[in-house]
Design a protein around this ligand. Structure first.
Ligand SMILES: [Mg+2]
Length: 149
């Protein structure tokens, strides 16, 4: 199987279906932000599926709701790539190849609470280190936790 040719066939089919259903009837370049927002919305639906215990999908069961929403993400991305003539399959291959050569956790990226890496670069620490006499709870409230007033 050739990944690029098979992916492109599916991408073209996904876009053809989206056009048939009217999703591109009023296409304008200014709609691109909306198209990307709709990709985000499918990720939010995936999160909601997890929060709801990931039940069996009522549309593609016995597959789960989570995997259905992840499929929606990919479908929307494929649809957009086809409409804008973007070489998505090639980009996936090239980016994956690039990622295989990257450092562990891409050189130290981490989420808060999973390691101390991000804490070292937090705005709070920057303010405290830059202005030691003002590194009080006042700065903490405005930069890290939001205003309490
Ligand atoms: Mg969905």
């Amino acid at each position: 199987m050739n990944f690029i040719s098979e992916f492109q066939k599916m991408q073209a089919e996904v876009h053809r279906n989206a056009r048939d259903k009217g999703w591109w009837d009023d296409d304008m370049p200014s709609d691109d932000g909306t198209k990307i927002s709709l990709m985000h919305s499918e990720l939010s639906e995936a999160l909601e599926a997890m929060r709801n215990g990931n039940p069996v999908s009522d549309k593609i069961g016995p597959l789960s709701n989570l995997v259905e929403e992840l499929a929606d993400v990919v479908i929307r991305v494929m649809d957009y790539a086809e409409a804008r003539d973007l070489p998505l399959a090639l980009a996936i291959l090239k980016k994956h190849q690039y990622n295989t050569g990257r450092d562990h956790k891409h050189g130290g990226k981490a989420l808060p609470g999973r390691s101390g890496a991000l804490r070292l670069h937090s705005p709070l620490r920057t303010v405290r280190d830059s202005f030691p006499s003002h590194g009080s709870s006042t700065c903490k409230g405005s930069l890290w936790w939001g205003s309490r007033n």
